[in-house]
Design a protein around this ligand. Structure first.
Ligand code: SAH
Ligand code: SF4
Length: 393
């Protein structure tokens, strides 16, 4: 033990904590990043392409498995770099097959990831931030402070870990893969971490690498208008908008970013989103809150707002969490709302709640089951004010 060792150096089991690994993690580096690394190591440029292929296409987690690289180069890589995924703090599997992982990054921060298998596809729901910049009234993540943005490596690392865990690297055909779709619907607002999310999605969608097509990746945003335009112009991912209310007064309360980018501006940005057609629609997410946003009149206003935009609506039964001030609409109310949309010819579905027994459903990530007291409520109010000031609301 060194003189400098302090209590924090000890793991709960009493062992000395390992030294942080100073070798750079290659996950998150793109072709250019790997090219620069390979050049620095005095290796020929084509080595970068091989390395890229091993890391992102084959999913190699160890340099020693990269059999077409020279032994000497492999040893040099081992000495100076690593290809580490996030660690798994917790893994749970629901009765319905949904799986949830709590991932731990090197700085000790944690984020959640969920895999939702369906008959015709498998969707991986990933996080973009630890916590969230925003404070939507019905969302549990909104009550947590923003701890930090995830880096491109942290984000791509989620997908790579999921492929490891699901044995999903060996498949080459997209149809044969367990993870066919990705949704950025975990913790965080992806468009308050736009650069890292875009870098990560470039890597995930690259046909020579992880190769999940851009249309199969859906970015869900609460409505950061300028960045919707940017993502549309530069990447062309599928888009989902967390609308949740059809007038500004209510949306200002439910989705406070609406005070900065009101509904009319949001609609303009979506209308201008490149590539929207009837085979590639924007998804409007709409959480069903009893007596708040679930009337027939709301459904009719929603139809008017979407006019002329290739759309599908996803009605999300509200998932309660400790201290939440809302209730989920009654099933009959949700059906009636849905029927109005259907009668107008709109594509609309009710999102099935998956993984409820492991608290993997939307807005439940990191929830516990107790109620909160007055002091906790005051603390949350203060945190909300602080977060809103930080994003200029
Ligand atoms: N920040 C992004 C993506 C993450 S939230 C966004 O807001 O779009 C993913 C989806 O879950 C959003 O549509 C969000 O509004 C919804 N959601 C959040 N809390 C929920 C809850 N308690 N019940 C149901 N849906 C919820
Ligand atoms: Fe953040 Fe999305 Fe939750 Fe709003 S709904 S607080 S943007 S994670």
């Amino acid at each position: 033990m060194s003189d400098a060792a302090s209590l924090q150096d000890f793991m709960p089991g009493g062992q000395l904590a390992p030294e942080p690994d100073a070798r750079p993690n290659l996950i998150g580096l793109d072709r250019d990043g790997l090219a620069a690394l390979v050049k620095d190591m005095g290796e020929p440029a084509f080595r970068a392409k091989q390395l890229y292929h091993w890391i992102y296409n084959r999913g190699a987690a160890r340099f020693e498995d990269m059999t077409n690289l020279s032994k000497a180069f492999r040893a040099k890589l081992e000495e100076t770099c690593r290809i580490d995924r996030p660690k798994v703090s917790m893994h749970q599997k629901s009765k319905d097959g949904t799986e949830k992982w709590l991932l731990r990054y090197e700085d000790g921060n944690e984020a959640e990831m969920v895999f939702i298998p369906e008959t015709d596809r498998g969707t991986l729901c990933i996080s973009s931030q630890v916590g969230c910049s925003l404070t939507c009234a019905f969302c549990h993540t909104g009550t947590q402070k923003l701890v930090r943005n995830l880096t491109p490596g942290d984000i791509v690392g989620q997908v790579m870990l999921a492929r490891d865990a699901l044995g999903d690297w060996a498949q080459t055909e997209e149809a044969g893969r367990r993870i066919s779709n990705i949704v950025l619907m975990g913790m965080g607002e992806p468009l308050y971490n736009t650069d890292s999310v875009m870098d990560a999605m470039r890597l995930v969608s690259d046909g020579d690498g992880i190769a999940i097509g851009r249309r199969k990746i859906t970015l869900s945003t609460s409505g950061v208008v300028p960045d919707i335009r940017r993502v549309g112009a530069e990447l062309g991912l599928s888009l989902a908008i967390s609308l949740h209310a059809v007038n500004d007064e209510l949306r200002n309360r439910l989705v406070p970013i609406n005070r900065k980018y009101p509904i009319a501006e949001l609609m303009d940005a979506v209308r201008g989103y490149p590539g929207l057609t009837t085979s590639r629609r924007v998804t409007w997410e709409y959480v069903m809150l009893k007596g708040v946003n679930d009337s027939d009149a709301d459904a009719r206003t929603l139809l008017r707002l979407m006019e002329g935009i290739p759309s599908k609506v996803n009605l999300i039964p509200f998932n309660p969490w400790p201290g939440s001030e809302f209730e989920c609409s009654d099933p009959a109310r949700i059906e009636s709302f849905l029927a109005i949309l259907h009668r107008a010819g709109t594509v609309a579905t009710i999102r099935k709640t998956r993984g409820q027994d492991i608290l993997a459903a939307c807005g439940q990530l990191k929830s516990e089951s107790e109620r909160i007291g007055k002091r906790e409520r005051l603390r949350l109010d203060a945190l909300r004010a602080e977060k809103e000031a930080a994003v200029g609301l």
